[in-house]
Design a protein around this ligand. Structure first.
Ligand code: NAI
Ligand code: MG
Length: 538
């Protein structure tokens, strides 16, 4: 099987001239870039492609069964291309969280999951990864339909990343173990790594399946059980994936999926007394709320992966064409709906004018349209709330004196499409440079020297990621050490291998996901101390 593509592999496509005919069995339009060549062409939005996948799973998954919510209530999930309802989904609330936590509690306390050998658990995860690969088309279709992201991105990049990550953690399952520790006295000292128990997990809508995998895979590898609350905007793909997880041999009750809203289902999970650990991805604002709920209930440990306002720094030695392409990708990827979006593009004054002209031209060339159409780079924003939020920031940018170089308008009259937008003359006092816009809005800022750009880049309450674009090793080293962020990408962006830890400094979060570091979120370390009688050695 071909190796998983990196997210950044999407970069090179933007300049490719060939048309794509990917993965479709005739269902997804084979039209190439020439049909929708720039965002001024709204024609492709008029007749959205009808996905042929059937929405089969709309109920809550509790104790291995798909069940109605206790209240019998449902909520609609919408197609961001049109605003039409895709399906009505069971709406979980506190009572459903109770039922899900009871199932997870029983599956943890009585087994079989934590009592299976680590090798047996790893085999379930490996099997799950294989099933993900076998069902890429259905999963990617649901993901695009519910979220609006380009189908090619979902199918060719995200799904392979997901199965890769699951295999990464499957590989860890039987390699997690403690130490025998030398003592100062005749004692046998062991450290034992135990699963932490029932993990409560709350995920957002920008990468629904990827976030599902980032949360569930390490928790399961460590032997925990899970109650996961998906985002109300995108409940469909996780319900489908959870079916595959059970097909792979996961015992009932080990993973429970509750669809529903944040202040009801989400808050009930964060404050539940029987949940032993909470992992959250979403806004900084909600991160603060769930941290308080965890503290006020049973003081469960919390990991948070929150917002960002990541600088992307183009130094004076930059190859401007490459820098433009990478900065464009860093911001516009996934409709700009990335926590780590490079949303403050700092450009050295010596290359600023050239950069700006080319960045504007690149944004104008970005293909926006029905995300099911091959070659489309940008689909609609997730929903009307996010759409309005982004449009408000665009107005704020204009009002605060930034120069609107291109874009700034909606595209079409239905759905949530926004023109790729570029602002220049941005400074750090403006809201567009302070707040997480979470949309296709690039802000370009000019700088003179490295010390200055370090100070300005760090002038934010966030600290998730940064991009550095330079050929000078000394400049790169200076910047990578000085930037107060969890990830620095040098001459690349959004490289998201399973083994690379990800997380934020400052108000971008607490703890790390992916890689070896994520395992510690899901393990307790127990010290066991026993006196040694007449030991041969200590
Ligand atoms: P949010 O943080 O409110 O939602 C994320 C998850 O938290 C969802 O599952 C939601 O149902 C849940 N949630 C909401 N309120 C809750 C509560 N009181 N208790 C427990 N769970 C709760 O984010 P939202 O409203 O979808 O988007 C708002 C902004 O957040 C975006 O515009 C963007 O700036 C940022 N965001 C950041 C993400 C990231 O990857 N770090 C992902 C999504 C949004
Ligand atoms: Mg939806």
């Amino acid at each position: 099987m071909a190796a998983a593509l990196r997210i950044s592999s999407l970069l090179s496509r933007s300049l490719a001239s060939s048309t794509y005919s990917l993965l479709s069995n005739g269902r997804i339009c084979g039209a190439g870039r020439s049909v929708v060549c720039s965002y001024t062409t709204a024609a492709a939005l008029e007749k959205p492609i009808t996905p042929s996948v059937k929405v089969s799973y709309t109920k809550l998954l509790i104790n291995g069964d798909y069940v109605d919510s206790a209240s019998g209530k449902t909520f609609p999930t919408y197609d961001p291309r049109t605003g039409d309802v895709i399906a009505h989904v069971a709406e979980g609330d506190a009572e459903d969280i109770n039922r899900a936590v009871s199932a997870a509690r029983k599956a943890f306390d009585e087994g079989p999951w934590p009592k299976m050998t680590a090798y047996e658990r790893s085999r379930v995860l490996f099997q799950f990864a294989d099933l993900i690969d076998q069902h890429t088309e259905e999963l990617a279709t649901l993901e695009t339909w519910d979220n609006g992201k380009p189908y090619e991105q979902a199918a060719k990049v995200e799904l392979p990343m997901i199965s890769r990550l699951i295999r990464y953690y499957a590989g860890w399952a039987d390699k997690i173990h403690g130490l025998t520790v030398p003592a100062d006295s005749p004692h046998l000292v062991q450290t034992i790594h135990e699963p932490i128990g029932v993990a409560g997990q709350i995920i957002p809508w920008n990468f629904p399946l990827l976030m599902f995998a980032w949360k569930v895979a390490p928790a399961l590898a460590c032997g925990n059980t899970v109650v996961i609350k998906t985002a109300e905007q995108t409940p469909l793909s996780a319900l489908y994936a959870a079916k595959l997880l059970h097909e792979a041999g996961l015992p009932a009750g080990v993973v429970n999926v509750v669809s529903g809203y944040g202040p009801t289902a989400g808050a009930a999970l964060a404050s539940h007394m029987q949940v032993d650990k909470l992992a959250f991805t979403g806004s900084t604002e909600t991160g603060k709320i769930v941290l308080q709920l965890a503290a006020k209930s049973n003081l469960k440990p919390v990991t948070l992966e929150l917002g960002g306002k990541s600088p992307f720094i183009v130094c004076k030695d930059a190859d401007v064409d490459k820098a433009v392409e990478l900065a464009h990708f860093a911001l516009f990827f996934n409709q700009g709906q990335c926590c780590c979006a490079g949303s403050r593009t700092y450009v050295h004054e010596s290359v600023y004018d050239e950069f700006l002209e080319k960045a504007k031209a690149r944004a104008l060339k970005r293909s926006v349209g029905d995300p099911f159409v091959a070659g489309i780079e940008q689909g609609p924003q997730i929903d009307s709330e996010q759409f309005e939020k982004i449009m408000k920031y665009i107005r704020s940018g204009v009002e605060s004196g930034a120069t609107l170089e291109t874009g700034g308008e909606r595209i079409g009259d239905k759905g949530y499409y926004i023109q790729p937008t570029v602002f220049s003359n941005v400074n750090e006092d403006m809201l567009i440079a302070k707040d997480e816009i979470f949309g296709p809005v690039q802000s370009v800022l000019k700088f003179k020297d490295i010390k200055e750009v370090i100070r300005r880049a760090n002038t934010t309450s966030y600290g998730l990621a940064a991009g550095v674009f330079t050929q000078d090793i000394d400049t790169a080293n200076t910047l990578t050490r000085a930037l107060k962020v969890g990830t620095v990408w040098v001459n690349c962006y959004d490289v998201f291998d399973a083994a690379i830890p990800f997380g934020g400094y400052k108000m971008s979060g607490q703890g790390r996901e992916k890689g070896i570091h994520c395992l510690t979120n899901y393990l307790q370390v127990k010290a066991v101390v026993t006196p040694l009688k007449d030991p041969a050695w200590i």
